[in-house]
Write a protein that binds this ligand. Structure first.
Ligand SMILES: Nc1nc2c(ncn2[C@@H]2O[C@H](COP(=O)(O)OP(=O)(O)OP(=O)(O)O)[C@@H](O)[C@H]2O)c(=O)[nH]1
Ligand SMILES: [Mg+2]
Length: 925
């Protein structure tokens, strides 16, 4: 035995050892004495003991400080449904080798069955067998204790003798080369031959080191119990029970994020993680540390232990490291075991519904109902059995699950911590729900108590007649999606849009359950938010617009085109009058009598077209352009063609820059007016992108999408991309008008992950009527809107991405109209443009000098950044965008995804970023 092992052995007083069966040695070996079940003392009353098959009681770990150990242990016991009273603590005593007594210090509730003790011992054996030696760094703080000494017949002791395993400082460490799984394939020990063994069922692939184990007890275990006043969580009444799963601590810690076994490597070394204790192993150690992985990725010493609940989402998802180390079949087996083995299933009592921890049957009912809560995690939930509404305790509902399940206790009025004095099925609803009800047209005055059924039909308590259906209106579903409120099951796709696609495959169900990252897109009027929103749909959705949407968009575009034509016709009238006036002037000055020709100009049209023109302008003035559809398409199409081909209209169109009312995009459409106004016109994606008025009138729209994986050659990037492509995002677009007075709707967006604020760069010389009714610069209006958004309490901790949109327009405009047109930009003094262009030419280097457009955009970005940091103390992210160019919007939205990721990583960083090896590697580049 190496000196440090000997030293450790001398100093330590462990409860476990193994029986030595190797060659003779010169010193005394402790003897193994068989356990006699009957001789193990029990506390006064042994209750109805029922140990489920495969029950594995936890074993106290050597590396824990006594305090934390006691806590962990008592919780683990509870978790594993042992028969130990919940108010008891069990701990090992390793104080004396000679301590052969068992003590029971009185506490009425302190009872433990022999079975528990045996189970305990056997676990210990298992562990001893698995890791070569096990000992407890244990001393209970004056409570009741039990001490246990077991010797094992084991050929594995030689490993210890060889120095493969040794104790140091209370932590189990393995010198490199230690052969943890040296005899993984040894036959099962002859458990039945041991008196101590109950008919417990062991996993067949359990790690075992012995050929035959004589489970003899040298000295009987000492079991003592005490009340648990010192354990802070346990004084809770049962129906108030809060079950907090406790993660098992790793046996030894790596240094500076090194491998926990060989202690080599850095935080950037790819590592696999134990799903129980979070111990991390490098690729050379992982198979030794985890053995044959009968329950998936667990250290051999963690087999049988409940998993760390934070890792539940990772069950069955293989890492690249394992894929490299194991063959396909092995990977499949390990992942299957990890997902489905009993030890890794969610313990029912971790789920508390309406104040009651669930029993096994209830959990089964909950998980197998037709519409179960997805991705159930340990925690406290409320459940409204009548409507099926389901949520986390103290929070708004998160889902509508199957109603009428007999699960948990009765719902409490304060289950969701509402403060609205409006009740649904006895629960006081939250503010957001109240807002949703109001938007759905439900009368909520007078603090009503509603009775809401699973189908959304509702009545006031005590009345018989149904007053309506909450989720009846299409708009309500959109509102629910935006406010993150659930709708009944069939509409798991709240925006009424097709499921996301990744490439050509539908995103599988489990991914749909993943958390949706919400991004709020907001901007001042005309800043380009709807263009960016539409780009996102076109870029990221396999079916960007449904049939219905396209049909509506078609009418919108057609009426837009009539509108543009109307503006042209108005312009034509103006130009005609101007020309006539000019001609008259010329006539009067030259005194020529050319009367017959005087009323005809380049801009004049014939009587038929004139009649059509008058009619259209009248309709436009009445503001009811849409009313002429769809008849207009059929009846006026020939007239439109005639009109468009008329030389007067063509001449007017040439002077379109003089028509202020005509938007820039009109050029895109009006040239194709004849085609667009046909009955069989089908708008292309580009048409939709350019079309005005496509997003809803209240300015609110949302779209769910995933970023499709890019066709990357690079393997690592490709993998990350694949993972990213499974994440789901929701882009919620709302404009200034849609936010109401003083942005009163903003607080409804409290659960968004970040905000994108969109600014139109070309606004600096534009003027419009502001909120107070006066005429002012649009960039200044944008600035005050920006200020009110970034300082809104809802967004206090949120990241902002500023999109400086319409960069193409700025580039062109800033050459003509100085940026200083806007007061806010009056200190913009770029280097003279001739100088810039000459330096460009002389160096012949495209990087040598930025364009005036770039300088201006950079200057505006700095203006916004300074404003932002002066008001919030935070950093503003900025992206320069040309909204009509897909690549530009794609880059900006991917930037927002990165910002969300950074935000997440910032949150995780202080703990440890590398949950799984892939993440570690993605971080390192
Ligand atoms: N040239 C150019 N035009 C753009 C750009 N982004 C948007 N537009 C146009 O600017 C106009 C206004 O854009 P929208 O996307 O409708 O702006 P909005 O934020 O929805 O504004 P509201 O409709 O007033 O709420 C549309 O005609 C767009 O086609 C851009 O980057 N370059
Ligand atoms: Mg718009």
């Amino acid at each position: 035995m190496p000196p440090e092992a000997e030293e450790a052995e001398e100093g330590a007083q462990y409860s476990f050892a193994m029986e030595y069966k190797g060659p003779p040695v010169s010193y005394d070996l402790p003897k193994a004495v068989p356990i006699n079940v009957d001789r193990i003392p029990v506390a006064a009353v042994v209750g109805q003991v029922s140990i489920p098959d495969k029950l594995s009681l936890p074993v106290v770990q050597p590396v824990l400080a006594p305090g934390s150990l006691m806590k962990t242990f008592s919780k683990e016991l509870k978790a594993s449904q042992s028969t130990v009273s919940p108010t008891s603590v069990i701990a090992f005593d390793r104080r004396s080798e000679d301590d052969t007594t068992k003590e029971l210090e009185g506490s009425e509730s302190a009872t433990v069955s022999p079975a528990s003790v045996i189970g305990f011992e056997e676990r210990a054996e298992e562990r001893g067998a698995g890791c070569g030696a096990l000992s407890g760094e244990l001393s209970s703080s004056g409570g009741l204790e039990f001490s246990n000494g077991l010797n094992y017949g084991s050929g594995e002791l030689s490993d210890v003798n060889n120095g493969s395993w040794a104790w140091s400082g209370g932590a189990l460490t393995a010198p490199s080369g230690g052969k943890l799984n040296s005899d993984l394939n040894q036959p099962e020990p002859d458990w039945a031959s041991s008196e101590s063994v109950l008919s417990l069922d062991y996993p067949s692939s359990r790690v075992s080191s012995t050929k035959a184990v004589d489970c003899d007890v040298k000295r009987p275990a000492v079991v003592t119990f005490r009340d648990i006043e010192s354990d802070d969580d346990d004084g809770v009444e049962e129906d108030e029970a809060e079950v907090v799963p406790v993660k098992r601590e790793p046996q030894s810690k790596g240094k500076k994020k090194s491998c926990y076994r060989c202690l080599k490597g850095t935080r950037f070394t790819e590592k696999e993680v134990c799903i129980v204790c979070d111990a991390k192993y490098c690729s050379s150690c992982v198979l030794r540390a985890m053995g044959s992985m009968p329950e998936g990725r667990k250290c051999v010493t963690c087999i049988g232990f409940p998993i760390d609940e934070n890792k539940r989402g990772c069950l069955g998802k293989c890492s690249r490291m394992l894929k490299r180390l194991l063959n396909d079949l092995e990977v499949r087996q390990v992942m299957k075991a990890e997902k489905f083995c009993e030890a890794n299933q969610l313990p029912p009592n971790y789920i508390c519904v309406n104040g009651h921890p669930l029993c096994h049957e209830e959990l089964v009912v909950l998980q197998t109902c037709s519409n179960p809560p997805k991705k159930l995690k340990p925690g406290n939930y409320w459940y409204d059995k009548v409507s099926g509404l389901w949520g986390k305790e103290g929070q708004k509902p998160s889902k509508v699950i199957s109603p009428h399940l007999s699960v948990g206790g009765p719902i409490k009025a304060n289950a969701s911590n509402g403060n609205t004095q409006v009740f649904i099925n006895g629960r006081e609803i939250t503010k957001v729900e109240l807002r949703m009800l109001q938007l759905a047209g439900v009368q909520c005055a007078g603090n009503p108590h509603f009775w809401v059924n699973e189908d959304g039909s509702y009545q006031e308590e005590g009345q018989k007649n149904t007053k309506g259906y909450i989720w009846g209106k299409a708009g309500t579903k959109l509102v629910c999606a935006v406010l993150s409120l659930p709708v009944p099951s069939k509409s798991s796709n709240p925006c009424g849009e097709p499921l996301s696609y990744v490439g050509s495959r539908v995103v599988p169900d489990y991914i749909e359950q993943r958390i949706l990252q919400k991004i709020l897109l907001v901007g001042y009027n005309g800043s380009g938010t709807s263009t960016i929103f539409k780009q996102a749909k076109i870029l990221y959705k396999a079916i960007p617009f449904s049939e219905d949407e396209r049909e509506n968009i078609k009418f919108t575009i057609q009426s837009n085109v009539y509108g543009y034509l109307g503006i042209l016709l108005e312009g034509r009238e103006r130009f005609e009058e101007e020309s006539l006036a000019e001609i008259r002037n010329q006539c009067s000055s030259s005194q020529t009598d050319a009367r017959g020709n005087n009323d005809k100009t380049l801009y004049s049209i014939g009587p038929r077209l004139k009649a059509f023109s008058d009619w259209l302008l009248k309709i436009m003035v009445s503001g009811d352009l849409e009313a002429i559809f769809p008849a207009a398409t059929r009846e006026y199409a020939p007239l439109v063609e005639e009109l468009w081909n008329d030389s007067a209209i063509q001449a007017t169109f040439k002077r379109r820059s003089e028509l202020e009312m005509l938007p820039g995009v009109a050029t895109y459409f009006i040239g194709r007016a004849v085609d667009i106004l046909r009955v069989d016109y089908e708008p292309s994606d580009l048409d939709i992108l350019y079309a005005e008025g496509v997003t809803s009138s209240n300015g609110l729209a949302c779209v769910d999408f995933s970023f499709p994986p890019s066709a990357s050659e690079d393997n690592i990037n490709h993998n990350n991309d694949q993972q990213d492509s499974l994440l789901r995002y929701q882009l919620i677009r709302v404009n200034a008008r849609g936010l109401g007075e003083n942005c009163k709707w903003l607080e409804m967006f409290e659960d968004v992950g970040m905000v994108i604020f969109c600014v139109s760069l070309s606004d600096y010389d534009q003027f419009s009527v502001d909120g107070s009714g006066s005429f002012s610069n649009k960039m200044l209006q944008t600035r005050s809107f920006f200020e009110s958004i970034i300082t809104h309490p809802t967004f206090e901790h949120m990241d902002f991405l500023l999109i400086l949109n319409k960069f193409d327009v700025l580039e062109e405009k800033v050459e003509r109209v100085p940026l200083t047109h806007c007061d806010w930009f009056d200190d913009f003094h770029p280097v003279d443009s001739r100088h810039r262009s000459s330096s460009n030419n002389s160096s012949n280097n495209i990087n040598s000098s930025p364009s005036l457009g770039h300088l201006a955009a950079h200057y505006i970005a700095v203006k916004f950044k300074r404003l932002y940091s002066s008001l919030t103390g935070k950093k503003l992210y900025v992206s320069l965008v040309k909204g009509l160019q897909p690549n530009s919007v794609d880059a900006a939205l991917k930037y927002s995804r990165e910002i969300l990721k950074w935000d997440e990583e910032r949150g995780n960083f202080s703990f440890d970023y590398s949950v799984y090896s892939t993440e570690a590697s993605s971080y390192s580049h």
